[in-house]
Write a protein that binds this ligand. Structure first.
Ligand code: FUB
Length: 338
């Protein structure tokens, strides 16, 4: 009998193909979906564990009227050269709206090669955005995600280990590695590093409090350990609210999952609840979750458009479902086809 060859078929297509895009943060503004994403470029910088090859230099904003509709690229929304404090590496951004103004939060390395988080403002969700002269005071690490709670309070979630530098901040100050890039990561039998959360000031331009640890525990209330690579936080935090509970989702990094944990407050603690997305083509996995007209969508990326090149990614979307208990059904980004 002939052996039938099984092929993987992607469940979703790239949203745009004229540029490489990654780290999609999706929001509904003015009744449309706006996506704030990284703009990947072929930097020719060799790949390393610190992500030096992710040398992005600007942001584009994308929008669509509905999921599946034509995607509009609004062009350059913010360039590295227009951010007074930033030297390189415009990584995963996010945005929010308050009183008719739009705020873009973004990480970049400063003159000392330390990741900070900046904010830029526009009167349009599509930009262009004008960056503040300094990063947010007291900010560090990468992957900002902004969440507006039902009481109108805004929170910024952030952090990422390895190249995202979170491990350098364990003392509250930046401590450079002396013994190798990841010497300050916890030992396998220690609690994993926590992502951070801070309430934002009324003008959304600064922290209203010192960043706090966002604790993710197992089903017994114990912090996830560093050895628990399939479940512990690595980067790419995101918050959504569903059915009266707060859902913090994130990437597990080198095990390539998008997982989530559920809590009763925007500060947590959060209890690990499962996997949202199985591994994608490429090394990184990064997502956002957004509701539109009573349905929920997962925005994510993979490296399919570049045939697997780590730092040349493409954003996609697919519908996401919560079951009757509020648990999220795991999504496989590829299906097996005969
Ligand atoms: O795009 C650069 C980095 O790759 C992001 O900040 C991480 O979340 C990962 O997707």
């Amino acid at each position: 009998m002939p052996v039938k060859k099984l092929k993987q078929k992607a469940i979703s297509s790239p949203l745009v193909t004229h540029i490489y895009t990654a780290d999609p943060s999706a929001h509904v503004f003015q009744e449309q979906i706006y996506i704030y994403s990284s703009h990947d470029i072929d930097s020719t910088i060799p790949e390393d564990n610190l992500g030096s090859q992710f040398a992005m230099q600007d942001y584009h904003v994308l929008s669509m009227e509905t999921p599946g509709a034509t995607v509009i690229d609004h062009g350059i929304a913010l360039s590295l050269q227009d951010i007074p404090w930033a030297k390189k590496q415009l990584w995963a951004p996010d945005a929010t709206e308050k009183e008719g103004l739009y705020y873009l939060f973004f990480p970049a390395k400063d003159a000392l090669d330390i990741f900070r988080i900046g904010v830029a403002v526009s009167c349009s969700p599509a930009g262009p955005f004008k960056a503040h002269a300094q990063p947010i005071t007291g900010s560090f690490s990468v992957d900002p995600a902004v969440f507006k709670d039902r009481d109108g309070v805004y929170y910024l979630y952030f952090g990422g280990i390895w190249g995202g530098q979170l491990q350098h901040w364990r003392t509250g100050q930046f401590v450079a590695d002396k013994e190798g890039a990841f010497a300050q990561l916890p030992a396998d039998n220690e609690p994993a590093l926590c992502p951070k959360v801070a309430k934002l000031s009324n003008d959304l331009l600064s922290f209203a409090e010192s960043p706090r640890d966002l604790l993710i525990t197992n089903e017994n209330g114990q912090p996830l350990l560093e050895a628990d690579k399939d479940r512990r936080f690595f980067e790419a935090g995101w918050m959504h609210y569903y059915g009266g509970r707060y859902y913090f989702s994130y990437s597990t990094g080198e095990t390539h999952y998008i997982c989530y944990a559920i809590g009763d407050s925007p500060y947590g603690p959060f209890t690990y609840a499962g996997r949202i997305l199985e591994p994608v083509i490429g090394w990184t996995t990064h997502h956002s979750i957004c509701s539109f007209q009573d349905r929920w969508y997962l925005f994510y990326h993979d490296s399919s458009l570049s045939n697997g090149i780590t730092h040349l990614r493409t954003i996609k979307l697919t519908e996401l479902h919560h079951d009757k208990n509020g648990l999220i059904k795991t999504i496989s980004p590829y299906s097996l086809n005969g």
